[in-house]
Design a binder for this molecule. Structure first.
Ligand SMILES: Cc1cc2nc3c(=O)[nH]c(=O)nc-3n(C[C@H](O)[C@H](O)[C@H](O)COP(=O)(O)OP(=O)(O)OC[C@H]3O[C@@H](n4cnc5c(N)ncnc54)[C@H](O)[C@@H]3O)c2cc1C
Length: 548
């Protein structure tokens, strides 16, 4: 089997298949190569406003109506109900302690709720990746991408005027000649091995093992601790985080009843679990549910939909993201931790960036230029570091819930400011804007300093610090985020419960460099209530085919 193409994309998760489709729309000849088959199980399911903003921009720019519909729960249900998803109204955190039931202390409970949307219709979603990734592959094929699944690639050669990929499919040798190669094959990916790209994992402070599964019949916290005061949204319809001494657990509920759940465990936490290791995931799962009675109750009647899986260390990181004729998608380059759901947003942002790079090359070299690739490489390196610092700080802050709640404000201030300014700013600028505050003079340096301050408080040994130290840290966070705090965060009067508060936003219009009147005029767009965009399907291909 021989194939010649302009762009070969290795890996057909949402990142590979969405980019393949956009490039086909731009008029490129694209080959999408997948080792497995769809539908297939994948974890990494919870989206964020920034991920959905990227999807909306891609939808409008390249004429992809389904991407616009997948960007809110309401539109998704109305147009694509056959694709399974979950309602994600925000980020919910509970702190549990070994051997104790979750302590209901009214407004002083160890609970943090941060809304990401004002109502269900505009809500973010959890993607059932089996359905969503399959959808993106089908759409890529419909746009003209040639898709080859069950394809095992064994060699890559970038020495000539074109790239050569070799492998086999169903026992038949495959030889691909491509102008450019995009690696979207995820952790330990294809080019990392073929090009022996050195690991940069020593840069990553976060260390965690994973034990995970999909379950039916997981109970709701609402039913287990019914007396908790109501929050700004239904607390279970969120990315639910159960914080524990050994790390934390995510729990993402899909609308059809299945829950995706997993424990992220620090090396110290794992070591403290009485000999249970990630090599025996079912036993480790049981030990953790027994240790934390309220989490245990939630899973009392739960039925695993798959054998419980494990990964000894989820973090990975390479030293380079680009080279001559090749580029890595973020998940092939680095992964830190699911704590603040950065993966999908980072991946879709990269689709936008690379799409723009190929757009610029449509009438020229038909591949991204060297400067753009260097820019992309620098962005991914800096953003990988930034995600790590935010998350490593949060792990350090597990020592005390007050520290954790304060550290979390750094993340929420950064993303709420980015979301608001992107909704009112220009699309092209948004794609290349630094992720998680990279390049922002107020917030850019904050995660590194915050991590250092937290390590001082915890002495790097999990100590919870004094009341004074914790209060001083919370004050420092509040002062640090103040120039970007458009969401009214870090406010003790809120008792760790933050709705989407447009009054605060209007009041703080100056932080966005806008007059009150201009901000009021922009409110419908900020609330996602603008008119449905018009989608010009395949504008680029038509342009490329139009007589000059
Ligand atoms: C425990 C955990 C929880 C997470 N939770 C979240 C979350 O809540 N929110 C969030 O935003 N992100 C989350 N993430 C991150 C998220 O999983 C990734 O960002 C996302 O999966 C990246 O998608 P992708 O399409 O780039 O790659 P992948 O989903 O990794 O897809 C890669 C594809 O490439 C194929 N492939 C692999 N090797 C080859 C090869 N050699 N040849 C051909 N094909 C190949 C694979 O079969 C697969 O189909 C989580 C990650 C983990 C580990």
């Amino acid at each position: 089997m021989r194939r010649t193409c302009e762009v070969a994309i290795v890996g057909s998760g949402f990142a590979g298949s969405l980019l393949a489709r956009v490039l086909a729309v731009l008029g490129y000849d694209v080959l999408l190569l997948e080792r497995g088959t769809h539908p297939r199980l994948a974890i990494g399911e919870s989206t964020t406003p920034l991920a959905n903003l990227s999807l909306e921009r891609l939808a409008v720019r390249y004429g992809l109506p389904d991407c616009h519909r997948l960007a809110t729960h309401g539109r998704w249900l109305a147009h694509l109900p056959e694709l399974r998803r979950g309602l994600k109204r925000g980020f919910t955190f509970y702190r549990h302690h070994p051997g104790e039931r979750f302590a209901e202390r009214g407004l002083d409970s160890e609970r943090l709720l941060v809304a990401a949307s004002p109502d269900d219709a505009l809500s973010d979603t959890h993607w059932l990746r089996a359905d969503v990734d399959h959808h993106f592959v089908r759409e890529a094929e419909a746009a003209g991408v040639e898709y080859l699944d069950r394809t095992e690639l064994t060699a890559a050669d970038f020495g000539g005027a074109t790239a050569r990929l070799r492998g086999h499919r169903d026992g038949v040798a495959l030889d691909v000649e491509a102008g450019f190669v995009i690696d979207a094959s995820g952790p330990g990916g294809f080019l990392a091995r073929q090009l022996a790209i050195p690991s940069g994992l020593e840069r990553t402070h976060t260390r965690a093992a994973l034990v995970y599964g999909h379950f039916d019949d997981v109970r709701l916290m609402r039913d287990e601790v019914p007396s908790l005061p109501a929050g700004p949204y239904p607390q279970d319809w969120a990315a639910v985080h159960h914080l524990i001494d050994e790390g934390w657990m995510y729990s993402l509920r899909f609308d059809h009843g299945t829950t995706s759940a997993g424990f992220l465990l620090t090396p110290h936490g794992l070591a403290s679990l009485g000999g249970a290791t990630e090599a025996e995931p079912s036993r480790l799962w049981r030990v953790l549910l027994e240790r934390y009675p309220t989490i245990g109750r939630l899973f009392d009647d739960a039925r695993p939909m798959m054998p419980i899986g494990s990964v000894p260390r989820v973090q990975h990181r390479l030293t380079r993201a680009t080279g001559t004729r090749w580029v890595l998608m973020p998940h092939a380059f680095a992964f830190v931790d699911p704590l603040v759901s950065t993966g999908i947003a980072w991946g879709v942002r990269a689709v936008e960036r690379l799409a723009l790079a190929f757009e610029d090359a449509v009438d020229g070299t038909r591949r991204p230029d060297v400067d753009t690739l260097e820019r992309y490489d620098a962005a991914l390196c800096a953003e990988g570091d930034q995600i790590d610092l935010v998350v490593a700080g949060a792990y350090e802050a597990l020592a005390h819930f007050d520290l954790f709640a304060a550290q979390a404000m750094l993340y929420f201030a950064t993303v709420s400011y980015a979301e608001t300014s992107q909704r009112i700013g220009d699309a092209e600028g948004a794609a290349w804007k630094g992720f998680l505050g990279v390049g922002d003079e107020a917030l850019g340096p904050a995660p590194r300093e915050s991590f250092a301050r937290l390590r001082e408080i915890t002495r790097g040994a999990g100590l919870s610090g004094t009341t004074h130290e914790r209060a001083a840290f919370a004050e420092w966070i509040a002062a640090t985020i103040a120039p970007r705090n458009v969401a009214g965060l870090a406010d003790p009067m809120r008792h760790n419960m933050y709705p989407v508060d447009l009054d605060v936003l209007v009041e703080r219009h100056a932080l966005l460099g806008m007059s009150r009147e201009r901000l009021l005029a922009a409110l419908p767009a900020l609330r996602g209530l603008g008119p449905e965009p018009t989608f010009v399907e395949r504008p680029w291909r038509m342009r490329a085919e139009a007589p000059t």
